[in-house]
Ligand binder design. Sequence first.
Ligand code: NAD
Ligand code: UFG
Length: 334
Amino acid sequence: MKKILVAGGMGYIGSHTAVELVSAGYEPIIVDNLSNSSESMLEPLEKLCGMRPKFYKADIRDRAAMDKVFAENEIDAVIHFAGLKAVAESVSMPIEYYENNINGTLVLCEAMRAAGCKKLVFSSSATVYGPTNEPPYTEDMPTSATNPYGWTKVMIEHILEDICTADPEWKVLSLRYFNPIGAHESGLIGEEPNGIPNNLFPYIARVASGKFDHLKVTGNDYPTPDGTGVRDYIHVVDLATGHIAALKRLDEQNGYDAINLGTGKGSSVFDVLHAFEKACGRELPYKIYPRRPGDLAFSFANVDKAKRLLGWTAKYDMDRMCADGWRYIEHVSK
Ligand code: NAD
Ligand code: UFG
């Protein structure tokens, strides 16, 4: 059974990917410093995987700890989710974001090189398309960013491309995620942000569970069909299966590449709200607020490259994303 190091595997996307790795016949080896997750994730993971995944509580910036992980396990490839991800926080804490995300990736790559493991799948983001490209975004568009978080993704993509140019033994795929939402259909794992959520879906979920009394719709004067921002929401399990396809692709790929993981379809804030209302069976109150600075009217992917190179397409629709997301919220509120 091939062992896959899942850096950041206790988090939202990493935990769903660990489950899909086991179903696809891989053994996930999880490394996480628990800065945005908890060891209690191992309980549902054990239920869903039918085995307790091997877990190292370690920071990817800790070279000695990473060397130990590689020495104790014959790792075939690495999936790298370990990063800080809150856009607003990155603006107030740029040093912490650059240090964690960029230094973490460099130390991880050093440990990989030392262990002779040169296959990597990296969690990039649609944010690298920046403010000037027009959607649908294609992978050949120029990249840029508007905040430190986004710049870490742009910079890491460049670093990984340079590593592949310097040493042809490396094979790296940056997966540019659009907006992952929803949860595993079991309701056992999902997204549990600390504090007040910045993102739409977990905010709606808290309105539905009665924690907040209304959704703040941030802008209804965009040039979109209903005036609210349009995004390409993708079910987190679809995203997870995209990583399995990416691992298979690495064996045929030479050097570096970047691929969008999205559905190719845009949904407005009201589309998501109404689908969530269907899922939870009641109307959810909202109020209109000013636009969030830096928000785009539209963001959605061109997904042809994923179809062509990974043989992968997203299969779940917005109703399913909301139904599964709500099942998880009901499970955690019990
Ligand atoms: P998450 O915070 O739930 O998971 C990240 C995990 O990495 C956490 O468990 C955290 O404890 C761990 N971690 C952070 N820094 C670490 C370090 N130095 N060493 C070891 N572990 C560390 O986030 P997520 O939503 O699962 O996102 C995973 C990746 O995907 C991130 O890199 C994120 O930037 C990227 N991404 C996420 C989204 C999204 O909307 N969720 C969109 C695009 C890209
Ligand atoms: N929105 C609201 N109310 C809220 C939160 C969001 O109306 O409380 C609106 C936003 O204005 C936007 C849409 O809902 O139109 C989606 O906002 P999110 O914050 O959920 O998602 P973003 O597309 O703004 O950003 C997210 C991540 C970024 C990542 C990007 C692409 O936060 O880090 O997706 O992957 F880069």
